[in-house]
Structure formats: structure tokens, C-alpha cells
Design a protein around this ligand. Structure first.
Ligand code: GLN
Length: 488
């Protein structure tokens, strides 16, 4: 078993050449999940039969002499916000605890077309609202570097699956940092593509003007390959962009010499852990040694990003989550008198369903979002936040006239302890301070591991992430720099 390759690229190459079988990879995956998932809680649903059947189908295809796809035999763990045909999709919520979609998300269709395998669905903050995976209805996933600590969120389970070797790659979704922050805290590679680069058809919507799907991987090239498979326009998602998809894998081998990097003052400010800062600055120095030029830049509206995001994202969430009413999807509580009932009985059913189905954080966000959209407050909050979002975007536009990419920390701190911030939503929201601006501006960004740091009280060294942000549709620049910063 130990002779099987670990990275997605190496697995695909070996399966395609016939050096190993997809069945052997699938069996190893299941054995690891069985051994480690009880402690780490990365998967909420393990698709054992589907995984084995999928692996056998790939091996049979090869035996027939048919060409295999770019991810042949590669298990791709899927965040449980992505709809999977005939496989339970909970979004980390009791509301969808028994929901089995009749269709695949476009990204899942594309993975299957590339001969990838689905080992199961990963744990996440409820409806992707959170930074620690602690709002999941299934309990938190644990950080494999120290199981008393959070793995980040909301795509915590996907990050843990990759970090612990349960799957070589995974998909997550990132609305305000939910791929990059857990990647940073678990020592994995995470890429949030440009808004519009990847179809969201079949992703349970949180904040539609921000949501993007992207990969986690052990190495940058594997992330690039997964991104290449899932990217590109989709007639089923009107926000998916027509922009041509560059050669992402080739970008990983490109020299970064001569690239101009901006280091924003606002990302090295109060609240940044000094050990994280030292690790990130050392990573930037290494990029300089590779021939990049480095200069200080300023993104002055960064300080408004947290407030802006939490107005806009909650407003959009309150609208998107209105569909969970006990009628159309998922859970229903009460309403037995349906058909003969009165309007007040119907309203009681809506209320009972939403009260039982949503957890505290989701309720808080629906209330906040409803408030900022309500007559009399709309201009003061929602309309104002839209304007500030434009200013945040303009900061980046101005800066990208001078530099090719921005480099900074992904998260101000390493993984914190389970329970440390659950009683203080504002402290939790502040852990997104460095990931939210690129989301508001719709820009591509990645987190790659830099030197781990040792903290008093931590079981071992804790991972730190370097964030790389580039202009829209320049994932190729992000990937070139990511591969240089984190060679494999
Ligand atoms: N942590 C942020 C939030 O709670 C971002 C979540 C996400 O990107 N899905 O909203």
C-alpha cells in the first residue's frame, strides 16, 4: 500500500499508464478514512460503494484500451455544499440532513468526465458560514497538526482530508476565505479562482456575488490540474465567464523572475501574530531571491472589508436561504394539517422548520441580512456597503497598475483552539480580515504553506499560509508564484 503515489498528478499518471490500479488507490483511501476519520471528522458521508464501483469502471475502461482522463483514479473529496447525484448533500446543516440531490454540480460532472473518483462529502461550517468548522451540524473537523485546534473554515473537512492524506485533492468553496484560510491553517495548497472562472451550478448558494469553487491539494501542480478540469464557461451558470482558460499546469513551471510583487502595509498590521509575520516575510524574501522585485503598497480600504463583507454576505444569505421553508427542500417540522390548514398553520410550519433546521450562526446571519435590507436601513447599510466594495476593488485596480501580484499572510494567526472564539462572533469574523478583500474584488488568490511555526502550548509546529493575489483571470500568475514559493 505504501508504494502507491501520494499526489493527484502522480496517481493520475500511474493509473493512466497502468502502473497501478484505480481500485488499489480507492482501497487505500477507504482504509485511511476508516483509520483517521473517527478522530478528525473530515468526512460526513463516505461513499464506499460508489468509490469502489467508480474505481473498477476506470480500470475496466483502461483494460478496454480507452484513453483515460486527466484525473484518472484520483479521489477528490467534495465539500458537502456541492450537489452530488444520489449522494446525500447536507451543507453542514440539519436543514438538509437527509437531502439527496437528483443531479450533480457542474464541477462534479467535469471531475467525473476526467475519470476522477468521489470518496465522499466533507464537513463544513453550516451553509459555509464560519471560519472554524465549528458551526457544522455534524460537529467540528479537527486539525491533524493538533486535534485540539480548529482546521479553519468553512471548507474545514476538505482541508483536513487533504492534510491528513485521506484524499490527495478536494474541492471547497470560498465566499470570503473558506478555501484559503483552512488551507493556511492545515498546511495545504488552496486556490480561490476569479469570480466567474468556475461554474457554481449545483453549489448550495451562500452569497451569490462572492461564492467560488476551487481546489485543495498537497502540491501546487495538482491544484492546477484540478482547476483546469473544473474551469470554464457553463451555460447553466449565467455568472460563469467566457474568458479563455489558460494552461494552468504549464504556469506552474514558469519562471517568476521579473515579476513585481506588492506587499501591502495594511496586511501586516495590528492583530498579526509575530511568528506568522516572520514566516510570511521569509517566504517573500525567497521569492525575491528567485528574481521577483518587491515593493510596499497600500490598500487603504482594507480596514472596511470586514464590515462591508458582513453586510453584503448576510444580505445575500438572507435572500438565498429563504428557499429553506419546509416546502421545497429538506427538513419539514409541523404542517401536518397541510391541505386543510389555514395560513397561520402554514406560517407556523415555516417557523418551526426554520427554527429546528438552522443553527445559531445561520440564524444570526439571516437576522443581520434581513435587517440591512429592510426599508429604512437599506441605504445606510446595504447601499453603503456596495459603495465601499467598489472602493476596495479600486484599491486593487490602482495597485495592479504597478505590480503583478500581491503577497501577504492568509490568516493573522495560526489555528486556534476549538471553542476559543465560538462565544465571540466578532473575533471569529476578524479571522477573515486578510481573505475578504480579494473576495469583495472577485480576484483569484491562493494560499500556500510557508515555514511552520512553533507556539507555546501547541502539540507541534503549526502551519502558516502565504497568500498570493493577482488581477482577475490571472490564476496563471497566482500559480507560477505559488509553485515557486512552494516547490514540490
Ligand atoms: N468565514 C467567512 C464567513 O464566515 C467566509 C466563509 C466562506 O468563505 N464561505 O462568512
Amino acid at each position: 500500500m505504501s508504494s502507491l503515489p501520494e499526489t493527484a498528478l502522480a496517481i493520475a499518471d500511474a493509473v493512466r499508464s497502468g502502473a497501478i490500479s484505480a481500485r488499489a488507490v480507492a482501497e487505500r483511501t477507504l482504509a485511511r478514512i476508516e483509520a483517521k476519520n473517527p478522530e478528525l471528522n473530515a468526512f460526513v458521508t463516505v461513499a464506499k460503494e460508489e468509490l469502489l464501483a467508480g474505481a473498477d469502471a476506470v480500470d475496466a475502461k483502461r483494460a478496454r484500451g480507452e484513453p483515460l482522463g486527466l484525473l484518472a483514479g484520483v479521489p477528490v473529496a467534495l465539500k458537502d455544499a456541492l450537489c452530488t447525484r444520489n449522494l446525500r448533500t447536507t451543507c453542514g446543516s440539519k436543514m438538509l440532513g437527509a437531502y439527496v440531490p437528483p443531479y450533480d454540480a457542474t464541477v462534479v460532472t467535469r471531475l467525473r468526465a476526467a475519470d476522477a473518483l468521489v470518496p465522499g462529502k466533507t464537513n463544513m461550517d453550516e451553509f459555509a458560514m464560519g471560519s472554524s468548522n465549528e458551526s457544522s451540524a455534524f460537529g467540528p473537523a479537527k486539525n491533524p497538526h493538533d486535534p485540539s485546534r480548529i482546521p479553519g473554515g468553512s471548507s474545514g473537512g476538505s482541508a483536513v482530508a487533504v492534510a491528513a492524506g485521506l484524499a490527495p485533492v478536494a474541492l471547497g468553496s470560498d465566499t470570503g476565505g473558506s478555501i484559503r484560510q483552512p488551507a493556511a491553517l492545515t498546511g495545504t495548497v488552496g486556490v480561490k479562482p476569479t469570480y466567474g472562472r468556475v461554474s457554481r451550478f449545483g453549489l448550495v448558494a451562500f452569497a451569490s456575488s462572492l461564492d467560488q469553487i476551487g481546489p485543495f491539494a498537497t502540491d501546487v501542480r495538482s491544484a492546477a490540474r484540478v482547476l483546469a478540469v473544473i474551469a470554464g464557461p457553463d451555460p447553466r451558470d449565467a455568472t460563469s465567464a467566457a474568458a479563455e482558460v489558460p494552461e494552468f499546469e504549464a504556469a506552474c513551471g514558469r519562471s517568476v523572475s521579473g515579476l513585481r510583487l506588492g506587499v501591502p502595509d495594511e496586511y501586516f498590521a495590528e492583530g498579526l501574530d509575530p511568528a506568522v509575520e516572520a514566516s510570511v516575510r521569509a517566504a517573500i524574501l525567497r521569492l525575491e531571491e528567485d528574481g521577483c522585485t518587491v515593493k510596499r503598497v497600500s490598500l487603504p480600504h482594507t480596514r472596511h472589508a470586514v464590515a462591508t463583507y458582513y453586510v453584503l454576505a448576510t444580505a445575500e444569505a438572507s435572500s438565498n436561504l429563504a428557499r429553506f421553508d419546509g416546502v421545497r427542500y429538506g427538513l419539514r417540522v409541523g404542517g401536518e394539517s397541510r391541505g386543510t390548514g389555514t395560513a397561520s398553520a402554514l406560517r407556523a410550519m415555516y417557523g418551526a422548520t426554520r427554527d429546528a433546521g438552522f443553527g445559531a450562526e445561520v440564524k444570526r446571519r439571516i437576522l443581520l441580512g434581513t435587517f440591512v435590507l429592510s426599508a429604512g436601513y437599506y441605504d445606510a447599510y446595504y447601499a453603503k456597503a456596495q459603495k465601499v466594495r467598489a472602493l476596495v476593488r479600486r484599491d486593487f485596480d490602482r495597485t495592479f497598475a504597478e505590480v503583478d501580484a500581491i503577497v501577504c499572510p492568509t490568516s493573522p494567526t495560526p489555528a486556534f483552539r476549538l471553542g476559543e472564539k465560538t462565544a465571540d462572533p466578532l473575533a471569529m469574523y476578524l479571522s477573515d480580515v486578510y481573505t475578504l478583500p480579494a473576495s469583495l474584488a472577485g480576484l483569484p488568490a491562493a494560499s500556500v504553506p510557508c515555514e511552520p511555526v512553533t507556539f507555546a502550548g501547541a502539540a507541534g509546529a503549526l502551519p502558516v499560509g502565504l497568500q498570493i493575489i493577482a488581477p482577475a483571470f490571472r490564476e496563471d500568475t497566482v500559480l507560477s508564484l505559488a509553485a515557486a514559493a512552494y516547490p514540490s
